[in-house]
Design a protein around this ligand. Structure first.
Ligand SMILES: Cc1cc2nc3c(=O)[nH]c(=O)nc-3n(C[C@H](O)[C@H](O)[C@H](O)COP(=O)(O)OP(=O)(O)OC[C@H]3O[C@@H](n4cnc5c(N)ncnc54)[C@H](O)[C@@H]3O)c2cc1C
Length: 380
């Protein structure tokens, strides 16, 4: 496999880096983190430059980028501002993928061009209080009443619901069907009567809001189902490998940012009359970080290449996600160690990585679930 970037991917990466150095300085990242607010200015500028259309087909107003293009984009964005990369994935990529593959022609024509222009945002709501890793056991019910679905239930852990114009809501539309059947993906208007969204306080990724959603007799027109009624679990499975690949790109970029900051710090800080970068134990940590990030990036590109070629990649994408998430958590921890007490201060950026990194081991499947996926494929 050839992991060299193409000329156009290299040009895209350089252009994005130039844009982010100008429009997304570290002070802006810190402000959004401290104020726990959605980076609306950055997303408006990304939209104006056409960057939001990358995962959207050209026929619907996007630029039709490949999964590898998206990996390059997300890695670079995460290197500058990890939460923004997670928000980009959540509010744009999941919907672009689901609508492109399963949406009706009317849904694609209505929603995808607006998504590419930055006029609308999405959230994705699968998890519930009693169904996390065992997501298919969800209980939120949608019952057909004439031309509408009547939805009742409770959703948990929905990122970006506060800023979303639509929520891709997974609900049980057939209570008698087996667990993985009878689930549908429904386009929910978060402002519809009967929807209540409550923000949850959390450890990191502060600019990306996290919510629980209460649904009481919420009415949605029947044509708002994405894909086939009762076959929505297929949408989720289709999205998973792609999701794991995208999240790996975010992990690699964010881990790279930890290493860059740790390197700069150890070249400046002096103890015992020399730069701490001269100590062999410091160098061992830096070497471990470099090695693991390098390996994670290669696993990411392999998984993206498989997605682009349409080759089954369940195991490879799970490996990339698992390895890159654990590499990122270790990079943040080693970054903290290398900065001693200074890393513990809020005025330095390493603490943000330390807080943000933990979600990498949860989203897209916990580390335990990813190990189950990998071993299941091995034992087939
Ligand atoms: C910040 C944040 C953002 C999120 N955003 C979204 C979102 O936008 N949309 C959405 O739908 N969800 C979202 N989630 C939910 C996320 O997908 C779930 O938290 C995750 O799937 C785990 O589910 P759980 O938290 O209920 O843990 P549980 O499933 O209860 O797991 C608890 C522990 O048990 C382990 N475990 C579970 N099953 C097994 C098993 N079979 N074998 C071994 N160990 C097992 C797990 O690995 C874990 O260690 C988000 C979560 C967070 C924290």
């Amino acid at each position: 496999m050839d992991f060299d970037l193409t000329d156009s991917q290299r040009a895209m990466k350089d252009a994005l880096r130039g844009f982010l150095l100008k429009e997304c300085p570290i002070e802006y990242v810190r402000q959004c983190d401290e104020a726990e607010r959605y980076p609306s200015e950055l997303f408006a500028k990304l939209a104006a430059q056409g960057w939001l259309g990358l995962p959207i087909p050209e026929a619907y107003g996007g630029t039709g980028g490949s999964c590898t293009d998206l990996a390059v984009f997300l890695e670079e964005l995460a290197t500058h501002f990890e939460a923004a990369a997670n928000i980009y994935y959540t509010t744009i990529v999941i919907a672009a993928d689901a609508l492109s593959h399963f949406g009706s022609e009317a849904q694609k024509r209505d929603l995808l061009p607006r998504l590419a222009r930055g006029e609308i945002r999405f959230a994705f709501s699968l998890s519930e209080p009693n169904s996390g890793s065992d997501a298919a056991s969800l209980r939120t019910r949608a019952v057909r009443r004439g031309d509408e679905w009547a939805i009742d239930g409770q959703k948990m852990f929905c990122s970006c619901a506060q800023v979303a114009d639509y929520i891709l809501l997974m609900a049980r539309t057939n209570a008698d069907a087996p667990k993985h059947d009878g689930i549908s993906m429904i386009l929910l208007d978060p402002k519809a009567p009967g929807v209540e969204i409550r923000r949850l306080k959390k450890l990191g990724l502060k600019p990306m809001d996290l919510n629980e959603i209460f649904l009481a007799d919420v009415r949605v027109p029947v044509e708002r189902v994405v894909g086939e009624v009762d076959r929505g679990w297929r949408n989720v499975l289709k999205t998973l490998d792609y999701e794991r690949c995208c999240l790996s790109a975010v992990n690699v970029g964010a881990a790279r940012s930890c290493l860059d900051k740790a390197l700069a710090y150890t070249k400046e800080r002096e103890q015992f009359g020399q730069k701490i970068s001269q100590f062999q134990l410091t160098r061992a940590k830096l070497a471990d970080m470099e090695m693991e990030i390098d390996a994670a990036r290669l696993l990411l590109y392999r998984s993206a290449a498989l997605v682009d070629r349409g080759i089954p990649n369940n195991k490879e994408s799970a490996i990339a996600n698992l390895y890159s998430s654990e590499a990122y958590v270790r990079a943040a921890l080693n970054g903290m160690r290398l900065m001693g007490g200074w890393g513990y201060l809020m005025e330095f950026d390493m603490q943000r990585h330390y807080r943000d990194s933990k979600l990498a081991e949860i989203g897209g499947g916990t580390s335990e679930i990813l190990r189950i996926v990998i071993s299941r494929e091995m034992l087939r």
